[in-house]
Write a protein that binds this ligand. Structure first.
Ligand SMILES: *Cc1c(COP(=O)(O)O)cnc(C)c1O
Length: 396
C-alpha cells in the first residue's frame, strides 16, 4: 500500500482493484484542494444553510433531564432537509463531483436513506443518479424507492449474496471501476477505501463544530459526554470530530445489539467483530470462523451493517472512544420515552443513542451534561414502530 496517511493505526487503507487506485488518488487530490479553497467552502456552507437548514439547534431536553437526573442536550440533525444527517455528506461529495467535472453519480443504499439523500443532491445539482439497492431491500423499503424515483434517480436491484446493502455496495464499487471517467461514487457513511472515511468525517464534522460552539455559548465550557449511534459511523464521527482533542470529554458510540449480542442476531461489529477487509477498507467486521462476513441484524435498518468505519476501529483500540450496544427493545422503549416526554419522534437509529444516554445518566450528577446526536427523525420508521408496538400489545 505504501500510503501511510490512508491508515488509522492498522485500519483503513485502500483494498480495491488496481484500476480504482488512480481514481481514488484523483478523488483525494481534488478533495484536498477543495477543502482548502475558500470558494468551495463558501458554496458548501451556502447549501448547508439555505438548502439543508443548518445550523441545527442544540436543544436542552428539560423533561428528560429532570427525569434522568443529568443535563441532556440533543443535537437536532433530525431537523435537516430529508430528515437526517446524511444530506450534510451528500452535498459535500456532490459539490466535489461537480468540481471534478463528473456528470453522473452512483450510490449504494440499504434502507434507502442514503439513496434518497443522494437522489436529492443529484436533482439539486443536475447530475444523473443511479442507486444500487439489494432486491430484498427494494421489497422492504418501497416508500424510499418511490422517493428516489420521484427525485429522478434510477434504482437498480442487486440480486447477489443476501440481496441487501453489503451486496449493493459491492455492485456499486464494481460499476464505479468501469465508469469512473464520468462518474463519482457517493458513499453514505464513514466507510470504504481512503479517502472516503476522511471526506465523510470532514463533511459531517459540521455537527460537532456547531455543537461545541453552541454548548460554549448556551452553557459554557465543554460537555462531559458526547454520544451518537454507530451504523457505518458517519453521524458519530461527525459528532466526535471537534471533541476528539478535548480529553475531558467522554466519547461514546452506540451500536445495535439487535435481539441481544448473545443471540448472534445483532450489528455490534465493535463488540464482537474481528479485523477484516470489506468494501475497500480494513476494520472490525462481523465474520464467521472462516472469515465470511456475517449478516447484521437490527430493528433499525440504518444500523444494520456488518462493519464500522476504520477511524472508529482506531478510536476503540486507542481507547479514546468507548463503544456500547443497545438492544431493539431498549431502543424502542427510549423512542417512546422521547415521544412522550419531549414531543420528538426520533429515528430508531437515534433511539439507540438515547437508550444508552438514559442508562449512563444514572451514573451522572445533575450538574453534569451530555450531548446526544439525534441523527434523524422517525417518520420513515412509523410502519416498523407500529408493527413492533402491535406485537407488544401496546396498540390494542
Ligand atoms: C443512516 C443512518 C444512521 C447510521 O449511519 P451512520 O453512518 O452510522 O451515521 C443513523 N441514523 C440515521 C437517522 C440514519 O439515517
Amino acid at each position: 500500500m505504501g500510503n501511510e496517511k490512508a491508515y488509522y493505526g492498522q485500519f483503513g487503507g485502500q483494498y480495491v482493484s488496481e484500476s480504482l487506485m488512480n481514481t481514488l488518488a484523483e478523488v483525494d487530490a481534488a478533495f484536498e484542494e477543495a477543502i482548502h479553497d475558500p470558494e468551495f467552502l463558501k458554496q458548501y456552507h451556502y447549501y448547508l444553510k439555505q438548502y439543508v437548514g443548518r445550523e441545527t439547534p442544540l436543544y436542552f431536553a428539560e423533561r428528560l433531564s429532570e427525569k434522568y437526573g443529568t443535563k441532556i442536550y440533543l443535537k437536532r440533525e433530525d431537523l435537516n432537509h430529508t430528515g437526517a444527517h446524511k444530506i450534510n455528506n451528500v452535498i459535500g461529495q456532490i459539490l466535489l463531483a461537480k468540481r471534478m467535472g463528473k456528470t453522473k453519480v452512483i450510490a449504494e443504499t440499504g434502507a434507502g436513506q442514503h439513496g434518497v439523500a443522494t437522489a436529492t443532491g443529484a436533482a439539486l445539482f443536475h447530475m444523473e443518479c443511479t442507486v444500487y439497492m439489494g432486491a430484498e431491500d427494494i421489497e422492504r423499503q418501497k416508500l424510499n424507492v418511490m422517493r428516489m424515483e420521484m427525485l429522478g434517480a434510477t434504482v437498480v436491484p442487486v440480486h447477489s449474496g443476501s440481496n441487501t446493502l453489503k451486496d449493493a455496495t459491492n455492485e456499486a464499487i464494481r460499476t464505479w471501476a468501469k465508469t469512473a471517467e464520468d462518474t463519482f461514487y457517493v458513499i453514505g457513511s464513514a466507510v470504504g477505501p481512503y479517502p472516503y472515511p476522511k471526506m465523510v468525517k470532514e463533511f459531517q464534522s459540521c455537527i460537532s463544530r456547531e455543537a461545541k460552539r453552541q454548548f460554549a455559548e448556551e452553557v459554557g465550557g465543554l460537555p462531559d459526554v458526547v454520544m451518537a449511534c454507530v451504523g457505518g459511523g458517519s453521524n458519530s464521527i461527525g459528532m466526535f470530530a471537534d471533541f476528539i482533542e478535548e480529553k475531558s470529554v467522554r466519547l461514546i458510540g452506540v451500536e445495535a445489539a439487535g435481539l441481544g449480542i448473545e443471540t448472534g442476531k445483532h450489528a455490534s461489529a465493535m463488540a464482537l467483530g474481528n479485523p477484516g477487509v470489506l468494501h475497500g477498507m480494513k476494520s472490525y467486521l462481523l465474520q464467521d470462523d472462516d472469515g465470511n462476513v456475517q449478516l447484521a441484524h437490527s430493528i433499525s435498518a440504518g444500523l444494520d451493517y456488518p462493519g464500522v468505519g476504520p477511524e472508529h476501529a482506531y478510536l476503540k483500540d486507542s481507547r479514546r472512544a468507548e463503544y456500547v450496544s443497545i438492544t431493539d427493545v431498549e431502543a424502542m422503549d427510549a423512542l417512546m420515552e422521547l415521544c412522550k416526554l419531549e414531543g420528538i419522534i426520533p429515528a430508531i437509529e437515534s433511539a439507540h443513542a438515547m437508550a444508552y444516554a438514559f442508562k449512563l445518566a444514572k451514573e451522572m450528577t445533575p450538574e453534569q451534561s451530555m450531548i446526544v446526536c439525534l441523527s434523524g427523525r422517525g417518520d420513515k420508521d412509523v410502519n416498523t414502530i407500529a408493527d413492533y408496538l402491535a406485537g407488544k400489545g401496546y396498540l390494542n
